[in-house]
Design a protein around this ligand. Sequence first.
Ligand code: BGC
Length: 559
Amino acid sequence: MRINKKNLKWWQKTIVYEAYPSSFQDTDGDGIGNLKGITMHLDYLKSFGVGAIWLTPVYASPMKDNGYDISDYYAINPTYGSMEDMEELIAEAKKRGIRIVMDMVFNHTSDKNAWFTESASSRDNAKADWYIWRDAKEDGSAPNNWGGIFGGSVWTWCETRQQYYLHTFGDFQPDLNWENPEVRRALYDVANFWLDKGVGGFRLDAVTYIKKPKELADGPVNPFMGYASVHDMTANTEGILDFLHEFRSMAVEGHDIFAVGEANGVSSDELDKWVGEKGVFDMLFEFSHVNVQFDGPQNWCQTRPWKLTDLKKAFFDSQKATENTGWYPIFLENHDQPRSVNHFLPADAENQAAAKALGMLATTLRGTPFIYQGEELGMTNVQRQSIEDYDDVLSINQYEIALNKGFTKEEALACVMEYSRDNARTPMQWDASENAGFSAGRPWLGVNPNFKTVNAALQENDESSVLNWYRSLYRLREEYSLLIDGDFGELFSDSEEIFAYTRENDNQKAIILINFTGKNVSYDAQQVFDAQPALFSGKSCVAGSLEPYQAVCYIKDKG
Ligand code: BGC
């Protein structure tokens, strides 16, 4: 599909903000953020152009994976508030032109979901076939050698049924059986319930795993994991798109919403089947740029050095892949990733100029920016002294795996610390008061000790802050439509210092230059001949050179 530039949809023109409700704002002092806390800050979000808020799961849940283990899709987690609070959030957001996007966790539920409890109760109940059950092998061992994304076997034994159930993630997250039409219908009903509440879109969690191959056969063992990776064995199994077309027709088509899929395992040559006019989603999150330092998805503690050209290649490939097909969701962070300043500019993560450099990238590539909470303040990773300070189930499991592999405690902690999902999950830093203004009670996860210098209140009144830079970037997008509808072009592809590209429509051309180093760098000034700096960070803007981490957007009219 050729994108219709004149007639872009609302979600192609706006900025999406990902809110992690537990850590956004607590209004009742229990130390856990809640829905009222999000409603309270809607004007703040509007101030840098947010037109949609993706809420990570807010449904009833035992919270073993922070809501990605849903016990009731039709209820709000009481620690987050009530259904009335949710309706209030949707209504107050709507008044400000902001839509609420729900996270649909449809690959699995919690083991405390009534669907699972019933399914597990016998082999012949009404929901007996709603999950993936298999007999043990003759020797009593698990049906195959697959290992899960959170470590360990994907199979857990159920005494009552005398069978194993399959779980791609934790043992508390049993996978639903999408082959069963009743299951699919139940999930579409969930989506429609939320559409009736007035939500503006869906993010489909872990969606490439919903279809399993017919034979659940053993696979090649990944020596590091000691299992065959469930990702390798099941991601993007043939036939998955039939399910997703059905989902689209039952829960997306006919509604003015967007659907974005979390699509680990979809390659760019298959993209046109997944997105765009013939596809099943409007956008797909793919991970090549955030995995730039990993050799494979499971080798989390075996990183390799990466160069700027590797990162640029990942982005440039995605930009090209979505040139004519679908639309790109630009993200540098999310609730599963380290903070982007640490990830991409580790030498100067605390430097506000570094956060601004990444802000330029996040908002001027071609696509819809997805900004993760705190990214607009330049929030950073957190250092912890011990594994006891971690909440994330994945980090805790990874620590154990590293110890079993012979790493010392210090080494295991170092592995976990750099990429732990908890880095992104520390409470929002609103001001310099106790607990960063996040909660009057003890936060469920310790605040990052740098909150006295990195916080929204401080940045509010500082013209040169990261927050005000995001506001400027938003105004830039509003003023120059080519930053939304313009084509993308590579510039200085071989440079290991400058991340540069162009955006171009019929009337104008933008040249975006971002210095990814902490030193002054120069470039061929001819590139910006005739153009005016529309926005720049740093002290001054001189054609042909960039200050450390300086980001500049030049614009020129076409003759
Ligand atoms: C979510 C994770 C979650 C996992 C299992 C994802 O990819 O983003 O936070 O742990 O799915 O639901």
